[in-house]
Write a protein that binds this ligand. Sequence first.
Ligand code: PNS
Length: 166
Amino acid sequence: MNKIAVYPGSFDPITNGHLDVIERSCKIFDKVIVAVLENPEKKAPLFTIDERVELIKKSTKGMANVEVASFKGLLINFMKKRDANIIIKGLRAVSDFDYEFQMALLNHKLDPNIDTLFMMTNSKYSYLSSSAVKQVAMYGGCIKELVPDVIIEDIINKIKVLKNKI
Ligand code: PNS
């Protein structure tokens, strides 16, 4: 049986912390589907869903057992369609735990076939989040080593476009 895991998130944009979790998960599972949530409630995302999917594809190029997709609605429904029963979540600090614990229990309650596996973040990236990357980039700080090198230019260009609109 193929072990398929789903790594869900907003990924606006993908960071080196996310990439580290993807790389480590690939060694455990036959296939890892990185699933970007189309969330209309998230206000003012920097990148569109299609752009986020492209940035993840660029960042995971050459990783044979990674697939990138987007989904709407409940994660468990997406997982059922993809025949996956493991959710991977990265844990950075204790502050992540309450929310993640609640989501893991809720998803398991909604579908008892589904379990969540938590992967401790690499300590190098424990301070890192997509929001922090956006803030640093917005104010002209250096985002090298925070996000995959191949997407640095995309982020800088996107911020330039955004600033020209303001
Ligand atoms: O990167 P994020 O924003 O922390 O990711 C949150 C995500 C996408 C994992 C979570 O919001 C999610 O799974 N949403 C889908 C809706 C859903 O299934 N909700 C029920 C469980 S909380």
